[in-house]
Design a protein around this ligand. Structure first.
Ligand SMILES: [Zn+2]
Length: 372
């Protein structure tokens, strides 16, 4: 198993960043010194804030963008603006859905009215979400976005990293009952639900696409599938760079998008999402650790923001469940963390330290309930 652990690098911590605190100058200072102290404090606060100010994301002509999405709709919420911009600049876009989103228990219970829906009903729900994904990417790029689905188990990606790496011990989806993709349109229906197969699929895609940009879930995203997808993608990028006869030069830019974080994005749970809010920027939460990455953001035109919202609207199943969350990502900016190449060297340790046992339910603010 090509999993390299670097001992010299550190793992991004979950600890919140210490925000600058305002401290009153000592009373005994005279006026001049007090002004000087205040100026120094202001400069310090500005410098601290500057670390959180995103740098503009530039999209060159002819980029080759790979968007890795754990579930249908993540590609639109995380990178719907970037997809449009790359196409507008003459580049190509490939979207890869790791799962069909067939593990959303509450939604299928609600739709069927059954406390225990059948596996076929979960598969039908997955097919519906795949149809919605095709409509969404058509909205973003007509027929210029190539969409592919791998069909791994929704809600079960972390288990592939830790408990089901080998094909001899595949995972079984708790909702569809499958141990291999039940979807005819899966890129390779012959794969099994194990980590080695997902790793190989991602390596194959990298070889095929030779991306100049990879949009991937942030490896600290609070949704287990997102975190696992981010780690699988980094692991594949690490091994791809190591195994290539001619490694990509320069290496692709790694753009991590965040979708699940406590009490974020702002107004995600608003009862009636305000269309006017689309004129506001979207900033990454200050509590997101900034190690080994630079905050960056793509500024969208009004037309791009509108089209991103229109693509999200194609996900009727999700509009019924989480309309506020979908609306909260249609903003004037699309934020990312530009990961440093060092993230590839740290992925082995990050996988080792990632929680192996998933909580049945996430904390409030994490929006979605993962599959049991
Ligand atoms: Zn997702």
């Amino acid at each position: 198993m090509p999993l390299v652990v670097s001992v010299n690098n550190h793992l991004p911590s979950d600890a919140p960043i210490q925000r600058p605190q305002t401290v009153a100058p000592p009373r005994h200072l005279n006026g001049v010194r007090r002004v000087a102290v205040i100026l120094v404090m202001v400069a310090g606060v500005r410098a601290s804030l500057a670390a959180n100010v995103p740098v503009p994301l530039n999209v060159a002509a002819g980029e080759r963008l790979l968007v890795v999405a754990p579930h249908p709709d993540d590609e639109t919420l995380g990178a719907g603006g970037l997809i449009q911009r790359v196409l507008e600049r003459g580049g190509m876009v490939r979207v890869v859905l790791i799962t069909a989103g067939d593990g959303y228990v509450e939604a299928v219970q609600h739709e069927t009215g059954l406390p225990h829906p059948r596996p076929s009903q979960y598969i039908a729900y997955g097919e519906r979400r795949l149809r919605e994904a095709r409509a969404a990417v058509r909205e973003l790029g007509d027929d210029r976005v190539r969409l592919q689905v791998l069909g791994f188990p929704d809600g079960g990606l972390t288990a592939l990293l830790h408990a089901h790496w080998r094909r001899t011990n595949p995972e079984r989806s708790s909702t569809t009952g499958a141990s291999e993709p039940p979807y005819p349109e899966a890129l390779d229906p012959g794969i099994a639900y194990d980590g080695a197969d997902l790793h190989r699929e991602l390596l194959r895609l990298l070889d095929d696409i030779h991306p100049t940009m990879v949009a991937l879930p942030h490896p600290l995203d609070r949704h287990p599938d997102h975190r696992a997808t981010g780690l699988f993608t980094l692991l594949a990028l690490h091994d791809w760079a190591g195994e290539e006869v001619q490694p990509p030069a320069p290496p692709p830019r790694l753009l991590a998008y965040l979708l699940h974080w406590p009490d974020w994005p702002p107004a995600w749970n608003a009862a009636t999402p305000s269309l006017a809010a689309s004129g506001a920027t979207l900033e990454l939460p200050p509590t997101l650790p900034a190690h080994d990455g630079t905050r960056t953001a793509l500024t969208l035109s009004e037309a791009e923001t509108t089209k991103k919202a229109a693509a999200a609207a194609k996900y009727e199943t999700q509009q019924q469940a989480i309309a506020g969350l979908l609306a909260a990502f249609a903003r004037r900016t699309e934020p990312f963390v530009l990961l440093s190449p060092r993230a590839l060297q740290e992925v082995g340790r990050m996988i080792e330290q990632a929680p192996a046992v998933e909580p049945r339910r996430q904390k409030p603010g994490d929006k979605r309930t993962p599959s049991p």
